[in-house]
Design a protein around this ligand. Structure first.
Ligand code: UDP
Ligand code: MG
Length: 313
């Protein structure tokens, strides 16, 4: 067997300011990998433009003359989200091994060498894991740690502090292809596939330029997505809290009967109004959670394509 053909897959959403520098650094490392005979000379970089509105695609097209065949591009028709852009890159190109990486240089391209070496050592998935999050804001750090703990509690197997910087072999991707789910949460899906994996630690850098494409709203919905597409624990929680409430109500009835027997009357509006608000709140929340899953089923049965390609480069 010859050397593996490597594809470096980079999803981009409004990354005009960074993509040039990112490609420069990635190609430098790729050149070294080819030189050291770790990957084949046919290796390349694939940029997936996830519906950018800032002219990212034009920049990529402009760089084509500089990098020639080494640079490939896929332009999606609109913004499909990070996960779908990644999926598109992995499913729509040819390679023996792929590395996915953010466009903003927070994941150091220099780590690719270590990843490829581990791949040669027999691992099929290499997870890039952030060792320190010192460059992230306090808020991001705390919310991330909350999220990973919650996921763990709900029984989702997930690699802590691993984002989407990872190496996967062809076989892994072909297995992933069988998973047709529309609600895609790759971080938990890869460990689920059961391949021999390895964690590789690194220090996450600061974004090279531009702003994060994950505002708080997107982060919350991403977290919800992660939990609801991998676990039905929230549904069980409803059942459980219903049971607890039932117990409490039973005790309260006993108390009410006792008070009645003793010939006193049950104190005021409080005993009526408070449970009314409380229980209604809980009820709505429960319906909301069930609704979240119903919505998921709705999206899944539609089986809409997860991405639409407008142009290839
Ligand atoms: N991204 C994307 N589609 C989106 C949002 C983000 O392809 O809808 C890409 C983005 O261009 C970047 C990567 O996903 O390459 C990670 O995004 P970002 O760096 O903004 O997230 P953060 O590091 O702040 O979590
Ligand atoms: Mg980033």
């Amino acid at each position: 067997m010859g050397l593996p053909k490597l594809a470096v897959i980079i999803p981009c959403f409004n990354e005009r300011e960074v993509i040039g520098e990112t490609l420069r650094r990635v190609f430098k490392v790729l050149g070294e990998l080819e030189e050291k005979a770790l990957v084949s000379k046919e290796s390349y970089v694939l940029v997936v433009d996830d519906g950018s509105k800032d002219g990212t695609w034009e920049v990529i097209r402009g760089l084509k003359s500089k990098y020639g065949n080494k640079l490939k591009g896929i332009k999606l028709r609109r913004n499909f989200g990070h996960q779908n852009a990644l999926l598109c890159g992995m499913l729509e190109s040819e390679y023996d091994v792929a590395i996915t990486m953010d466009a903003d240089l927070q994941d150091p391209p220099e780590l690719m060498e270590e990843m490829v070496k581990l791949y040669h050592g027999g691992y099929e998935i290499i997870y890039g894991v952030r060792r320190e999050r010192d460059v992230d804001s306090n808020f991001k750090r705390i919310s991330a740690s909350l999220f990973y703990n919650l996921m763990e509690r709900m029984g989702v197997r997930i690699v802590k502090n691993h984002a989407d910087f990872r190496l996967v072999s062809r076989e892994v991707v072909e297995t992933l292809r069988e998973f047709k789910e529309v609600n895609l949460f790759l971080r938990a899906l890869f460990p689920y596939l059961g391949f021999k994996g390895k964690e590789l630690y690194y220090r996450r850098r600061e974004r090279f330029a531009g702003k994060s494409k994950y505002p708080i709203t997107k982060m919350v919905s991403f977290a919800l997505e992660g939990i609801t597409s991998f676990s039905v624990a929230p549904l069980r929680l409803i059942l459980f809290s219903g049971f607890v409430l039932f117990l409490v109500a039973t005790l309260l009835s006993l108390w009410a009967v006792g008070v009645k027997i003793m010939g006193r009357s049950i104190p005021g509006w409080f005993s009526i109004a408070l449970p009314l608000y409380l229980l209604n709140g809980i009820n709505l929340m429960a319906i909301g959670i069930v609704g979240e899953y119903v919505g998921k089923i709705y999206m899944e049965v539609k089986r809409r394509p997860r991405y639409l390609i407008e142009e290839r480069l």
